[in-house]
Every structure is written in C-alpha cells, then in structure tokens.
Design a protein around this ligand. Structure first.
Ligand SMILES: [Zn+2]
Length: 433
C-alpha cells in the first residue's frame, strides 16, 4: 500500500488545463473547503499565494464560470468592504454511477458536490454486460438532461465498481457477485457510448472520496470507510488524501479471517469477514437457530433481503438469539476495523453501504466501546466510530466526486503524472475541452 506521495519524487507539471494550472486548483480547493465565503485577502492568507497572483487567478476562475462573487464582507477598519467569493454550482457537473450487484445508483453532482439528480434501479438480471452498459449509458443521458446541465460543463462520468479492477485498462476484473463480469472493459465501452471522459474506480475508494468531499467533519484527516454491502471493503483516506495502493485496489479486506470455525468461503478458507458479513449467511444462521422460519430460498436475493430485515427487526426488539447473531457480526467487523486502525493510526471509521442503515443501531454501542478500548493510541488521540451522512448514495456520489477530485484537486497524486496512461484512476478520453 502506498499513499502515492513518495517523498523523493520530484513534482512534475500537471495537466489541469481546464483551470489553468496547479495554483488555480489550489485556490478553487481553498474556496471549496472553506466553511464560509472567502475574500481574496483571506484566500491569499490560506494559500500562501501573493495578492497579485490571487487577483489573476480569481479573474480566470470568474471568467471560466467556476466561482462567483457573493456579497461583501463588512470592513473592520477604514478599507473598503471586501468582495466575497464562492463556487459557482453550475460551473461544472459530474455524473456518478455506482454499480452494485443488486442496484445501480446514478447521480449528478454540481461543482459544490450537491446532488442535483439521483436515480436508483435494480441491476438488470441479464448476464450480458452489454445490456447493463447500454442501460447505464442511457441513464447517464437521462440524468444529464434532467439536471439541465449544459453538456460542455459535464466533466465526466465516474463509475464505482466492485473490485478488483484494472484501473489502467478500465476493466472490471472479476467481481465476486457479478458472475458474468469477467474482464469487462467497462470504462471504454461507456466512453464510446456517451462521448464523455469516464473514470473507473473501486466502490470503496469512491465511497471514501465521497466522505472526503461531502462528509463534513467525518471526511477530514485520516479515516477508514468500511463498506457493508453484498461484500465488505475498506476505503482509505490518510492525511486528506484518498489512498489507492499500487494498482488502485486498496482495501481488499474481504478475506480477513475472523472466525476460524466459520463457513467455507469461495476462497477455500473458513470464516472470512466478507462471507460471514453477508446477509445470506446471517439469514442462514438465523434459520438454523430457529429465529427465522425454515424455507427461505438462500439463492433468492429478495427473499434473503426480507429475511435479513426481519432478523434486524427482531434483534432491535431486545435480547435473544437474533440480538446475539448481530452482536457477533458487529464483533467480527470490529476486529478488522481495530487492526486497520492500529496499523495506520487512523482517527475514525465511517461505516456505510447498503446494509449500514439496518445495522447502525447495533454497531453504535458495541463497536464503539470495543474499539475505544482496543485502539492502542487512545491516550494520544481518540478513535471515533461514525456512519456516513451520505446514505445509500455514497458510492455514486463518490464516483462523481472522483471526477471532480481528479479535475480540481491540487493533491500531489494528481500532480505526479508519470507516463500519460499511469495517472491514478486514469480517465479515459481527453480531459481537454
Ligand atoms: Zn475468503
């Protein structure tokens, strides 16, 4: 794993043509991150750039329609009131698609990271990737139209897909729960159909990016995003930077063994956290324990979802076997979170994903207590346990935010462009406009 900022690497030029360079991105980022509108003087103070540079840059950003003037600051002394600047929401748009084995979520974000349009649809049952790709392309066109976004202001489409992925080739490699998806060139197929730059990244990395962009205080500093969906995964942000690893496949934690006597995983070993966190397994346990009625078809996703909802409801009603099953799940997950938190000296874990809402009540007390106790650096700083504020859209919001991030973020990983194709989360298609 690396944070892609090896200290000895000389920084090279960057390709942020759209905003005219690194300093423009720095200023844009400062405006974006500020909790209130900023004056040029304040921007100069927070970025370390000269007043003249700020004046030139803000003029370019105003001309490009990326920022706007928004009122004046009352003068504290004799000087004239300072004009305040904020992001122009309509300056850019990005589309985000979260491809989950169960549901495809599509959103349009404006430049401020606000969701302008959202759409959710069941993942088509077809085993043919072409059917799914055609469906995604059609939805992308629909949401852009619905957002009223001028096409030249749509900077691209981000796709969050289950890992592992081959980011350089834009290929979904072999997602465990999408059986027909073996080496599907998703990025290029979608670029051809939409004519837009397309970026492919892992769902958990996208979710971590969403948290960084739109998660408020949750998204600052160093944290783990723990994704609870059809599988489990971890997205990482360290020192305000999304961590990708050497091939953008960071966070494959699904096969960490948390119960040596647990069920056999498809990897051949027993008790992997991914396998033992699946609703399917929990429903099976609940049926065996007599908590749920016999006869649930474990291969029927819908039936499993209903069974899982009932199990959570029973667990919420009070003590008993249902509660014990969920408590054991929380404990298994806490063990994994604890190890990662200690390894990387993190500040918090943010839980999210399709099953988080159902599980949140049980994780709150138990996982928090367990982790607070087991976090080894607790005497230096606390470790927080939170849930995402972005709800079920977090993966799609993240995919779109990766596009915005890639375009505007002045982070070093964007700057460290190696040979043209090896930029992190390489965007297919020209970034120029
Ligand atoms: Zn396994």
């Amino acid at each position: 794993m690396s944070t892609e900022q090896p200290p000895a690497v000389a920084r090279r030029g960057t390709n942020l043509d759209r905003v005219g360079g690194f300093n423009d991105a720095v200023v844009l980022d400062a405006i974006r991150r500020a909790e209130q509108r900023l004056s040029r003087v304040e921007i100069a103070a927070s970025t370390g750039l000269s007043g003249q540079a700020i004046s030139n840059i803000t003029r370019r950003l105003l001309d490009a329609g990326l920022v706007r003037e928004a009122g004046r600051q009352k003068s504290s002394g004799l000087g004239k009131p300072r004009t305040l600047l904020e992001l122009e929401p309509t300056g850019q748009y990005a589309v985000g698609v979260h491809l989950d084995p169960a549901v495809v979520t599509t959103v349009v974000l404006d430049l401020t990271g606000q969701v302008v349009v959202r759409r959710r649809a069941e993942t088509p049952a077809s085993d043919d990737p072409d059917v799914l790709i055609a469906g995604i392309a059609a939805t992308v066109e629909q949401v852009i139209a619905e957002a009223g976004a001028p096409r030249e202001r749509v900077v691209g489409v981000g796709i969050a897909a289950p890992g592992p992925i081959d980011v350089e080739r834009g290929v979904v490699v072999d997602p465990p729960n999408l059986s027909a998806w073996h080496l599907v060139p998703l990025r290029d197929a979608l670029r051809e159909r939409t004519g837009l730059p397309v970026l492919l990244d892992k769902d958990v990395t996208a979710a971590a990016s969403a948290e960084k962009w739109a998660g408020g205080p949750n998204g600052r500093g160093s944290f783990l995003f723990f994704y609870l969906g059809t599988g489990v995964g971890a997205g990482l942000v360290i020192g305000d930077e999304v961590v990708r690893g050497s091939s953008s496949n960071v966070g494959e934690i699904g096969h960490v063994i948390v119960d040596p006597d647990g069920p056999v995983c498809y990897c051949g070993r027993r008790g992997c956290v991914g396998e033992t966190s699946q609703p399917r397994y929990l429903v099976q346990q609940a049926v065996q324990a007599g908590v749920l009625a016999k006869g649930i078809d474990l291969d029927d996703r819908h039936a499993v979802d209903l069974g899982f909802a009932e199990l959570c409801e029973q667990a919420g009603a009070g003590a008993g076997v249902a509660r014990e099953l969920i408590a054991a799940l929380a404990d298994r997950i806490a063990k994994v979170v604890e190890d990662i938190a200690n390894l990387l000296d993190l500040e918090r874990v943010v839980f999210g994903g399709p099953h988080w809402d159902q599980l949140a009540p049980f994780f709150d007390g138990q996982v928090r207590a367990a982790l607070e106790e087991r976090f080894l650096v607790r005497s230096v700083h606390p470790f927080a346990v939170t849930g995402t504020a972005l709800g079920a859209d977090v993966g799609a919001v993240g995919a779109a935010s990766l596009v915005l991030d890639h375009t505007f973020s002045p982070n070093p990983s964007v700057l460290l462009l190696g040979p043209a194709e090896s930029a992190p989360a390489a965007v297919a298609g020209s970034a120029e406009r």
